[in-house]
Design a protein around this ligand. Structure first.
Ligand SMILES: Cc1cc2nc3c(=O)[nH]c(=O)nc-3n(C[C@H](O)[C@H](O)[C@H](O)COP(=O)(O)OP(=O)(O)OC[C@H]3O[C@@H](n4cnc5c(N)ncnc54)[C@H](O)[C@@H]3O)c2cc1C
Length: 447
């Protein structure tokens, strides 16, 4: 494609990665991004730390500005412009300028849909917030700075809910997390989620295991109903997850998958060949289970955006899938996982076993270390490592990354045990927690 018009819907992680890579792959095409908000290229992952005050300036979350894209990358960026409808038969997108109310039709030769995800937000009100984007972050911060809430309810005990509970606690608020399922942190097994729950309780974050609903209270603040009781808070944050913003793609005739996202091939092409999709609006293949999953993460949005941009501009790149590696920081405790949980490992790997081990983050004799708890999930039949989860105050995420490489490469425990990892007293013990966990698993494998 030497000349052509590449149109991108959505100007955040996936959309702007796509724009950058498309420009690199092809200096000649016209590239236009339409973004409904005033913001582009913002690291939403930093928002909990902006709310807690650890990040002072929300602008520091913006990786690249509109001016940068226009001046340095020759990418036209239309902010406050909403894509209303894709007409694939005429290769055009109907847009609405949200400032002037003017409608337009933008033609494309290739289109990338990077519309992201929508928060699940069943409750709304003056004192009820969600956190998905810069606008949400600004509104929440403004409320906290002007109203000084003393306590908050967080509805949803997943990673974002707990990161936000942590942010509120750091601000000195009393926090209660409502979780509708038996355990917090979906995707983690109880050997990790239960100690995290105890850690939260030890830091004055109350967990109530009950489905909850919220509404503004007549006297100000929020009433949260759970388990037949009503609780009153100064504010509530709803953190019930994200669903793919797949409506535009679906209405245009792009195939959607069972996990709710737009389906693509390895080149990020949808079932309509001139339309690509990337980021939180798509579903991707879990490389270990072989199943399509919806796990919206910034890591995947950047990678799939990159691949969509290269291919839509006439280049050649592929994205094979994910193994669901994720980490979060809750009151300075890191919780991380990769691969399959014990429940997810149910089918197709023979007999499944798991081990939990504890080790120190540094050499025992070196001051300042802390405990790391690890869980490994493996096939007793083949010895293949299938999943890993860890919690601890230092060195957790990068150790999970080592195990992520092993899992993605479908390595067996006995081969992982032979890895030549580093040892220096302030950094790691002579038997790194990764090797200690694997050796514990090997003992069980041999039984
Ligand atoms: C609080 C929080 C913490 C997070 N922490 C992490 C983390 O630690 N690690 C991690 O990997 N991920 C994290 N994530 C997830 C990560 O932020 C997302 O996966 C990532 O932003 C997805 O990028 P995206 O471009 O696909 O979608 P989005 O960021 O949702 O961007 C989509 C864009 O499309 C625009 N858009 C949608 N529809 C239209 C339309 N019709 N017309 C025009 N524009 C449209 C939207 O306004 C939006 O700007 C976090 C998310 C949140 C909210």
């Amino acid at each position: 494609m030497s000349n052509g018009q590449l149109l991108i819907i959505g100007g955040n992680a996936a959309g702007m990665s796509a724009a950058s890579q498309a420009r690199r792959a092809n200096p000649d095409i016209d590239i236009t991004v339409v973004e409904q908000s005033p913001y582009i290229s913002t690291a939403h992952c930093g928002l909990p730390y902006y709310i807690s005050g650890e990040i002072k300036d929300i602008n520091s979350l913006t990786a690249r500005t509109k001016e940068y894209f226009e001046d340095k990358r020759n990418v036209k960026v239309l902010t406050m412009t909403k894509a209303l409808r894709i007409v694939s038969s005429s290769k055009s997108v109907e847009t609405l300028d949200l400032r002037s109310g003017t409608k337009a039709a933008l033609s494309y030769s290739r289109l990338i849909i990077a519309a992201g995800g929508d928060v699940v937000q069943p409750y709304s009100g003056k004192y009820i917030f969600s956190l998905r984007n810069t606008q949400d972050g600004l509104s929440l911060k403004k409320f906290i700075d002007s109203s000084h809430p003393m306590n908050a309810a967080v509805i949803g005990g997943g990673m974002i809910g707990l990161e936000m509970a942590s942010s509120f606690r750091k601000l000195g608020m009393k926090v209660t997390v409502f979780e509708g399922s038996p355990a917090i942190l979906p995707g983690f097994d109880t050997e990790i989620s239960a100690p995290v729950e105890r850690y939260l309780a030890g830091h004055d974050i109350k967990i109530i295991k009950s489905k909850a609903s919220a509404s503004d209270s007549a006297s100000g603040g929020v009433d949260v109903s759970a388990g037949g009781r009503s609780h009153h808070y100064d504010m509530a944050l709803i953190a019930l997850g994200t669903k793919a913003a797949a409506q535009l793609a679906g209405a245009a005739g792009c195939e959607l998958g069972a996990a709710g996202g737009v389906r693509t091939n390895l080149k990020m092409q949808t079932s309509i060949p001139s339309i690509y999709a990337a980021g939180d609006c798509i579903e991707v293949k879990n490389l270990i289970s072989g199943k399509n999953v919806y796990i919206p993460l910034g890591t995947t949005a950047n990678k799939t955006g990159r691949v969509a941009g290269i291919n839509a501009a006439g280049g050649d790149a592929v994205f094979h899938g994910i193994i669901a590696s994720a980490a979060g920081n809750i009151l300075n405790m890191t919780v991380a996982r990769t691969g399959l949980s014990e429940e997810e490992a149910g089918d197709g790997f023979g007999e499944i076993a798991s081990v939990v081990s504890e080790s120190a983050s540094r050499a025992d004799y070196y001051p300042g270390g802390s405990k790391i708890t690890s869980k490994l999930i493996f096939s007793k039949t083949s010895g293949q490592l299938l999943g890993a989860q860890m919690m601890g105050k230092e060195g957790v995420a990068k150790r999970i990354d080592i195990l992520a490489v092993c899992i993605q490469q479908k390595m067996k425990l006995r081969d992982i045990a032979g890895l030549d990892l580093t040892y220096a007293p302030p950094e790691a013990p002579v038997w790194d927690p990764v090797l200690k966990a694997v050796n514990t698993a090997l003992l069980k494998l041999r039984k």
